[in-house]
Ligand binder design. Structure first.
Ligand code: C2E
Ligand code: CA
Ligand code: CA
Length: 788
């Protein structure tokens, strides 16, 4: 009913107290009323007694008068002689002397002298007088009750009765009322027929008459004082039977006292009690309101705190009392603090990478969001995804624990290079770097490449030095353009893009990545392309650096997409690998290469074609069997280019497949050498024929002495293992010359020729043949480089 505890308590306290006060007030009232009634009863009884003596006195006085007259000789003579005028004058004379209302003479024959006989019931009167000597009592004369008294007149025999009467009227009763100690009301009632009547003019005569009727019916001379409630108020009434003259028509004295009058003296006391009750109740309401507020306020504060705690706010309830509520508040505060502490710990755990202690993916997202919120217009948050190359190999080589240590160490190194950067861990092998840069431009790339060299210094782990190789993808965004998870995703994609094109550092290339939504449908379109011939090959010539002849080709797949135009393999090869469609794609490439090789043979160019075989296929024995069969059937001369990571990723099955290829006379070339973590021991196991130095090293050959040294030592090493060496990514005359000097066997690159369609290739090969052994291409520079 009451929502608030304070109201509830107040109403309860005040209600209980008011009830108690009311009980006190009622009992005080009842006691007072009882007392007053008791007093009035006594008073009524006393007045009754007083009336008795008044009655007796008057009876005596009347009797004395009557006796005096009855014995008077003259009077008796007048009666005897029936001298009416004399009798009348004697009676009147005495009546006046005695100050009586009524005096008359009744003869034994029923004659009445001194009063109008019409006013009296002569029959009743006569028989009453005759019945008793000196009869007295109430008798109604002329409609009003009188106390009559009679005395016989003997002359010498009974000649009649002298009757004196005093009227029992208002005046008489007022005299009686004045004798009483209390202001009561006295009336005489007599019965006329069935009803009791009074000459008094009281408003409630009817109700009183009824009361008199029941009281007299009980037969008692004096009734007990009875309560009578009438419209005029509450009364206490005493009924006293009066002796009547004829003994037939009953009469009664009624003494009435209004209770209001009895209670009047107590009114100030009652008022005082009432005021005290009211004041007490008001005081209790105020006090219990204050008290319950003291109780309710801390409870409300606790409730509010609990609500805020639920919302995750830090709360403290300030209640300084030593009672249960105080204890409860203390416990609550303790609990809230513990929850808070636990929450902080949980949040901390949720934001940390357990293995390295670095901030995790979520923490990095939050950091990016925080930075975005602080960016000035035009500024960007720059995020790098730094991937450890060939991590599975590395991890299985050094163990999980040391690998995690390695990741942590790299994180620490980044922090040394850029103390303002925030470094976290995105995946097992990828770190995230949020740098202090506020813009991402191509100029930054060389700086980062340089930093990567410092980062890649061998790490000492468990007493051994471990080489690390890293690739970095970069992405940047202004505030409000993309959200943090998307920015990290872009950095990761940039990392994949860098790896795909063999770079150390790449900035996210949205155009190359395409639209992820449409990329999904790309695969089904690609399968269609395989069927319809939308997929075809471009071939890139391989130049023999000793003979100057084009001795081989690398088949590079192309896709003429119906709406998106010519698509580069970067866009769909990776996706085909991920979605399990790489086999269909490779089968298609092999079929096309067989056709292209046949076409070239027909125009006089018998060249080995290198086919790129995805790592996902190198452990697919079924694929290998079918390819070998197909190649053998067509009499094709192919070389399989595989990336070293793929081989080492699934060593056992892959080595079996490689052995089969060897047996079938299909040479294997190690592609992208140097982009991963190299293991020369494996190169020997693979039994490869060729090593292709990754274009990342070749591209920087002229500018980077370290790379030159690396390429040179790789060539020497490969030769010592009996491998031919191809350098890919040869874009300049200088690079070509350097490679030639280093003893590199073959070169491939834009400087020699771009990958091209079959018809262009035929023209190119024709031109090249004419100028062989010193080939003429776009200019003499190339020829000079190769030849010199
Ligand atoms: P890759 O095997 O390393 O192929 C060499 C890539 O380097 C080719 O890119 C080629 O166009 C490019 N290239 C050649 N000379 C130069 C140069 O002088 N400078 C520079 N910067 N780049 C040069 P492409 O054709 O876009 O192929 C990209 C990658 O796609 C290939 O890298 C290969 O991994 C994959 N790929 C291409 N065709 C196939 C295929 O039929 N099957 C599979 N599994 N992968 C393929
Ligand atoms: Ca290749
Ligand atoms: Ca390559």
């Amino acid at each position: 009913m009451f929502k608030r505890l304070q109201t509830k308590l107040t109403v309860l306290y005040a209600g209980l107290f008011a009830l108690a006060l009311s009980l006190v007030a009622v009992s005080v009232y009842l006691t007072i009323a009882n007392n007053a009634q008791q007093q009035v009863r006594g008073e009524l009884a006393a007045t009754g007694t007083v009336f008795d003596s008044v009655w007796a006195l008057r009876t005596q006085r009347l009797r004395d008068g009557a006796d005096l007259l009855s014995r008077d000789f003259g009077f008796r003579a007048a009666v005897a002689t029936r001298d009416a005028p004399t009798v009348d004058s004697a009676v009147t004379n005495l009546r006046q002397r005695m100050g009586l209302e009524l005096a008359f003479m009744v003869g034994i024959d029923g004659d009445v002298v001194g009063v109008d006989p019409a006013k009296i019931d002569i029959g009743k009167l006569w028989s009453a007088l005759d019945h008793e000597d000196g009869a007295q009592g109430v008798f109604v004369v002329d409609g009003a009750p009188y106390q009559l008294i009679s005395a016989p007149v003997m002359s010498p025999n009974l000649t009649g009765w002298i009757v004196f009467g005093a009227r029992l009227d208002d005046r008489e009763m007022t005299a009686l009322e004045q004798l009483a100690a209390i202001r009561l009301d006295a009336q005489v009632f007599d019965r006329r027929g069935e009803t009791w009547v009074t000459t008094d003019k009281t408003a409630d005569a009817k109700a009183l008459g009824a009361l008199v009727a029941t009281a007299t019916a009980a037969g008692k001379a004096v009734s007990a004082p009875t309560r009578l409630r009438t419209a005029a108020g509450d009364n206490l009434v005493l009924v006293k039977r009066l002796k009547t003259l004829d003994g037939q028509t009953p009469a009664a004295l009624v003494l009435r006292y209004p209770m209001a009058l009895a209670m009047a003296p107590y009114q100030p006391l009652m008022a005082a009690v009432f005021i005290a009750v009211l004041a007490g109740a008001a005081l209790v309401v105020a006090a219990s309101w204050a008290l319950s507020r003291d109780i309710a306020r801390p409870i409300a504060a606790l409730e509010d705190a609990a609500r805020r705690l639920r919302r995750g706010e830090a709360v403290h309830v300030d209640v300084r009392s030593s009672d249960e509520i105080g204890h409860l508040s203390d416990s609550f505060n303790l609990m809230a603090a513990e929850i808070r502490e636990r929450e902080v710990r949980i949040t901390e755990l949720a934001l940390r990478d357990a293995e390295t202690g670095l901030p995790n993916h979520l923490a990095m997202e939050r950091e990016i969001e925080a930075r975005m919120a602080r960016l000035a217009p035009g500024e960007q948050v720059v995020v790098g995804a730094l991937g450890l190359d060939r991590f599975t190999v590395l991890r299985s080589a050094i163990g999980y624990a040391l690998f995690n240590q390695l990741v942590a160490e790299i994180g620490a190194r980044i922090q040394v290079i850029d103390p303002e950067a925030v470094v976290g861990r995105l995946t097992t092998s990828t770190l995230c770097v949020i740098s202090r840069l506020t813009a991402l431009t191509d100029e930054i790339v060389p700086h980062i490449e340089k930093a990567l060299v410092d980062l890649a210094a061998p790490v000492r782990l468990g007493g051994e030095l471990v080489d690390v190789h890293m690739t970095n993808g970069l992405a940047a965004a202004e505030a409000g353009t993309i959200d943090a998870p998307r920015l990290i995703e872009q950095a990761m994609i940039a990392l994949d893009q860098a790896r795909a094109c063999g770079r150390k550092v790449s900035i996210f290339d949205a155009a190359a990545y395409g639209d992820p939504a449409s990329n999904l449908s790309l695969m089904s379109e690609m399968l269609q392309g395989v069927a319809t011939g939308a997929l075809f090959l471009h071939h890139q010539p391989k130049l023999d650096l000793r003979s100057g002849a084009i001795t081989g080709l690398e088949a590079l797949v192309r896709w003429a997409h119906p709406t998106r135009g010519l698509l580069r393999p970067d866009l769909f090869v990776g996706m085909a690998e991920e979605t399990g469609h790489i086999r269909a794609l490779t089968d298609c490439v092999i079929d096309r290469a067989i056709l292209d090789q046949r076409a070239l043979r027909e125009v006089g160019h018998d060249l080995t074609i290198s086919i790129n075989i995805s790592g996902r296929l190198i452990d697919d024995a079924e694929f290998a069997d079918r390819a070998i069969e197909k190649i053998a059937a067509a009499g094709a001369r192919f070389c399989f280019e595989i990336t070293e990571t793929a081989v080492i990723g699934n060593p056992d099955v892959a080595l079996g497949v490689l052995a089969k290829l060897n047996a079938a006379g299909i040479p294997v070339s190690i592609d992208d050498y140097g982009s991963g973590l190299s293991s020369l021991a494996y190169l020997k196991q693979i039994n490869a024929e060729e090593l292709k130095i990754d274009k990342a090293f070749v591209l920087s050959l002229e500018n980077d002495a370290k790379d030159a040294l690396l390429v040179k030592s790789t060539i020497d090493l490969a030769h010592s293992l009996g491998l031919k060496v191809t350098a890919e990514g040869v874009e300049s005359r200088q690079a070509l010359a350097m490679l030639q000097m280093m003893g590199c066997d073959l070169a491939q690159g834009y400087h020699i020729a771009r990958p091209m369609a079959l018809d262009k290739l035929v023209v190119f090969l024709g031109d090249w043949q004419i100028s062989n052994p010193l080939p003429v291409g776009e200019g003499g520079a190339r020829r000079a480089a190769v030849g010199g």
